[in-house]
Design a protein around this ligand. Structure first.
Ligand code: DX5
Ligand code: ZN
Length: 222
């Protein structure tokens, strides 16, 4: 199933609740939350208190937490308490991705592994058996509103093949630089969970989200 996961990073935090409700009215049921520590990435974003607020605004949404944090499991319990339904850790930010994935799963939520543009897809090979979602970063993590890295298409195809060969049902998420213009080709390359920040949080959120959802549905029935 194709899923749209708007990235809160691009929201106007002065009108967060209103914007979240607009997403929900458009039919969005997943929100992507970028937690950044200023260490693994140069930027700092937000943590559990903000996620708690998102949970309060959207009690039924699936909260997809993308940890751009060194040693991310330091915050696992906080993220779950705040309302997280999935935690994705970066392969590059942890000493033992296997242990992290296992710990996330045993906490009863979905476990994701993210790879940055310079990390080869081959590192995923040993991890798929304990992974619910692979996140292919299509920009260098840290900031919204960047241009997509062109090699992401090839990377998605590799990951899609690996996942299909494994016979497991693993979501493939893509994050960074996704727009209404490139989302079809991104889906055809293998992604089914589409993160988008700046292309969803426009002057007309309801319309942008609706346009994305329509394309996702069309691609699904292709
Ligand atoms: C970047 C974040 C993304 C970001 C995407 O490090 O992981 O989720 O918000 O934003 P856009 O869609 O604007 O590239
Ligand atoms: Zn993200």
């Amino acid at each position: 199933m194709n899923i749209l996961a708007p990235s809160l990073l691009a929201a106007d935090f002065g009108h967060m609740e209103k914007q979240l409700l607009e997403l929900s009215e458009a039919g969005v049921d997943t929100v992507h939350l970028d937690v950044m520590d200023g260490m693994f990435v140069p930027n700092i974003s937000f943590g559990a208190p903000v996620i708690k607020y998102v949970r309060k605004a959207l009690p039924d949404a699936f909260l997809d937490i993308h940890m751009m944090v060194q040693n991310p499991l330091r915050y696992m319990d906080d993220m779950i308490k705040a309302g997280g339904n999935a935690i994705t850790v970066h392969y590059e930010a942890t000493e033992d991705p296997k242990e992290d994935l296992l710990r996330i799963r045993s906490a009863g939520i979905r476990a994701g592994i993210a790879i940055s543009p310079d990390t080869p897809s081959s590192v995923l090979e040993d991890l798929l058996y304990i992974t619910d979602m692979v996140l292919v970063m299509s920009v260098y993590p840290g900031f919204g509103n960047q241009e997509i890295v062109p090699s992401s298409f090839e990377k998605l195809k590799e990951v899609k093949k690996m996942v299909d060969d494994s016979g497991r049902s693993i979501d493939i998420e893509v994050d960074g630089g996704i727009t209404l213009d490139n989302v079809r080709s991104i889906i055809r390359a293998g992604a089914n969970v589409i993160v988008s920040g700046s292309a969803v949080f426009t002057d007309n959120i309801k319309q942008s989200a609706g346009d994305f959802l329509r394309i996702l549905k069309e691609e699904e029935s292709r």
